[in-house]
Design a protein. Structure first.
Length: 168
């Protein structure tokens, strides 16, 4: 398999996408922040001293998706047409899902992953004063649609390359 971000000498390069057709692109990524039950309750009850954890995490996700090309060196800037961020507080975690849509020559997988990562970091930052044992876990691509390679969905069977995640 040839890696497109390497030239014939093995040096990193930004792939030329100018000749590719513009198409609708979608990527969905997910992740979670594992935490103590008391921390999850405080988030759900909106009693974290720094403010509304979920609102800040949602804004961090949107901002990160829009600025992914500034964060990931070989990532093309893309015309994002929409971003949806879902945050769900569970007994000992906050689950994060980001869906990013664009109409461009390059996919939006990195934008969706960056959105989830930024949301997780924002949650950690907002809650670290009460729970430094939080764990950011399982940031992964769930699905991508569009472009030459079409649709890809994560298999429901856990990959042997991934751990089962932390259970606290």
């Amino acid at each position: 398999m040839k890696l497109t971000h390497l030239d014939e000498r093995g040096a990193a390069r930004m792939v030329e996408v100018g000749a590719k057709p513009e198409t609708a692109r979608t990527a969905i990524a997910s992740g979670r922040v594992d935490m103590a039950a008391a921390t999850a309750r405080a988030i759900a009850d909106a009693t974290i001293a720094k403010g509304d954890v979920l609102a800040v995490a949602r804004l961090a996700a949107i901002q990160a998706a829009k600025r992914t090309a500034e964060l990931v060196p070989l990532c093309h800037p893309v015309r994002i047409t929409g971003i949806d961020v879902e945050l769900a507080v569970e007994a000992q975690a906050v689950r994060i899902a980001a869906t990013v849509n664009a109409f461009d020559r390059s996919g939006v997988e990195m934008e969706a992953l960056a959105a989830v990562a930024a949301a997780a970091l924002a949650i950690y930052d907002m809650c670290k004063a009460i729970d430094r044992d939080m764990v950011i876990a399982s940031i992964q691509l769930e699905e991508k649609r569009g472009g030459k390679s079409g649709t890809w969905k994560r298999s429901p069977v856990p990959s042997p390359r991934r751990g089962a995640g932390s259970k606290r």
